[in-house]
Design a protein around this ligand. Structure first.
Ligand SMILES: Nc1nc2c(ncn2[C@@H]2O[C@H](COP(=O)(O)OP(=O)(O)OP(=O)(O)O)[C@@H](O)[C@H]2O)c(=O)[nH]1
Ligand SMILES: [Mg+2]
Length: 468
């Protein structure tokens, strides 16, 4: 017989988390950042922005783990405290939590404390409270009263310090004040300057305070960690794709008709680079779930380089697949080199020598075209090294900013300066190899399975994530 549990145990029930605090401390902001979505609620630099309790759910994969409840800010804490105190004095036999219940049910819709009653009702329906603190404020009496009221609920409370960037001293004072209040499990979580570590610690704090939910929360932590790492990796891969796409791009100057002004080729290159960067920006914003309103992308200064295959460059044979170490390959190089030095190469003669016989026709064809072009003096228009450097550095800067941007951030991100980002090691060499492989410009099975390509890709990704 198929026996199914008809009731849910605590450990598989959803956890209800109320986000509470004084008005304008960043409660809605915290939820946006936790959800990684700017869509939730309304954020404003004004008191009383959130007027009703609003719910959001956090999932591990498709499994809902917890409900977050945004609540209106507490405004008149003193009036709330004295009302509760009066109730306490009247009903000495009631438990503190029963006093709160009595308060919450006894308030009418037109009562000046109705807003506060909504918060208390939600507190009573929740398993744990996140008490959001604007650390820029001193520990005023109103905050002490709020904490006293909340402790009556007998729910675990995690004080969350917001607005911490640049406020270290205030943070120390707040910690001391809360310790005096027997609250030690505090958390720093700046909703605007996001760090995944802070998010993880928030769930870990919940784990220690809510033992029955330990496993469910661990599932959430593991999922969020994996997901976060994947996001960062996808971002770095996308930027790498941009660099490869632009570095491998070339326009054959000789292919242009004399009727077309040289600036036309240049414009095409500029357009190509700018569009490629725009597309990358759009994808990065989508990966991190930001909208394109949040970043202002200044036009990249593209400068135009000319590039010619250097047949004598070390590693060139290898890059062209002639790395079998055979005498044939060596002969080919020597033959091509000598002929080029004496002023011209007859490719017919080179192939007649049979020097490349071992390399196979397809490799020869590939190699032969490059040599032919070199002999004819063909130059390719391409984005020069400084363009590629700027492109790399500002995309690295953007990636870092997006990885540390909370979804509560309201400012526009400008891309005109790039802090002090570093280029990957052997940057010039990497770019040179990419230039020699125009067929790597777009993804293909061949390209993606090429070990040489994979190494370059891995180096760029690691440099973008600062793993080198
Ligand atoms: N610089 C900075 N600003 C923040 C941070 N958190 C919130 N803000 C700003 O603080 C203001 C209030 O944020 P909200 O999230 O609306 O605050 P709230 O607690 O939900 O406010 P009410 O709903 O009115 O109680 C907004 O202008 C936010 O942009 C932070 O960590 N750093
Ligand atoms: Mg709000």
């Amino acid at each position: 017989m198929n026996v199914r549990n008809s009731h849910r145990t605590t450990s598989d029930a959803l956890l209800n988390v109320a986000v509470v605090g004084h008005t304008n401390t960043g409660k809605t902001s915290l939820i946006r950042t936790m959800l990684r979505s700017s869509e939730f609620g309304v954020i404003e630099d004004a008191a009383g922005t959130t007027r009703h309790v609003e719910q959001a759910t956090i999932f591990a994969d498709n499994d809902p783990i917890l409900h977050l409840y945004d609540t209106p800010g507490l405004e008149d804490s003193r009036a709330l405290f004295s009302k509760i105190k009066k109730l306490q004095d009247k009903s000495k036999l009631l438990l503190p939590v029963q006093i709160l219940e009595r308060f919450a049910t006894g308030i009418t819709v037109d009562d000046p404390l109705e807003q506060e009653a909504k918060v208390i009702r939600q507190i009573l329906r929740s398993d744990i409270l996140l008490y959001i603190i604007d650390v820029r404020e001193p520990f005023l009496e109103k905050y002490r009263l709020e904490l006293e009221i909340m402790t009556l609920s007998a729910r675990p409370i995690i004080p969350v310090f917001n607005f911490i960037a640049g406020h270290d001293r205030e943070l120390v004072t707040w910690r001391q004040q809360l310790a005096a209040f027997h609250m030690h499990a505090t958390l720093e979580f700046d909703t605007v300057a996001f760090s995944f570590e802070a998010e993880k610690r928030l769930y870990q704090k919940m784990q220690t305070l809510l033992e029955p939910y330990y496993k469910r929360l661990q599932k959430l932590i593991d999922y969020r960690e994996k997901f976060w790492n994947q996001l960062c990796l996808s971002g770095a891969k996308r930027v790498t794709e941009l660099i490869i796409n632009v570095a491998c791009y070339r326009e054959d100057e000789s292919a242009r008709s004399d009727l077309i002004a040289p600036t036309f080729v240049e414009d095409r290159l500029h357009d190509f680079v700018r569009k490629a960067e725009q597309n990358c920006l759009r994808d990065l914003l989508a990966i991190f779930n930001f909208s394109d309103r949040e970043v202002a992308l200044q036009k990249i200064p593209v400068s135009n380089g000319q590039w010619q295959l250097d047949i004598f460059a070390p590693g060139i044979l290898k890059a062209y697949g002639l790395d079998m170490g055979s005498a044939a390959a060596k002969g080919a190089a020597a033959g091509a080199g000598i002929d080029l030095m004496v002023g011209g190469l007859s490719l017919g003669a080179a192939s007649a020598l049979g020097a490349l016989a071992g390399a196979g026709w397809s490799t020869f064809k590939r190699y032969g075209d490059e040599i032919k072009a070199t002999v004819k003096g063909t130059k390719w228009q391409c984005a020069d090294e400084s363009t590629l450097q700027i492109l790399f550095l500002r995309q690295k800067f953007l990636l870092k900013k997006l990885m540390h941007r909370g979804h509560a951030a309201q400012d526009t991100l400008h891309m005109d300066k790039v802090d002090d980002e570093k280029l990957p090691e052997n940057w010039s060499k990497l770019i040179s190899v990419l230039r020699q492989n125009p067929n790597w410009q777009k993804p293909s099975v061949n390209r993606n399975n090429n070990q040489h390509f994979q190494k370059i890709e891995a180096k760029l990704v690691a440099a973008l994530l600062n793993e080198t």
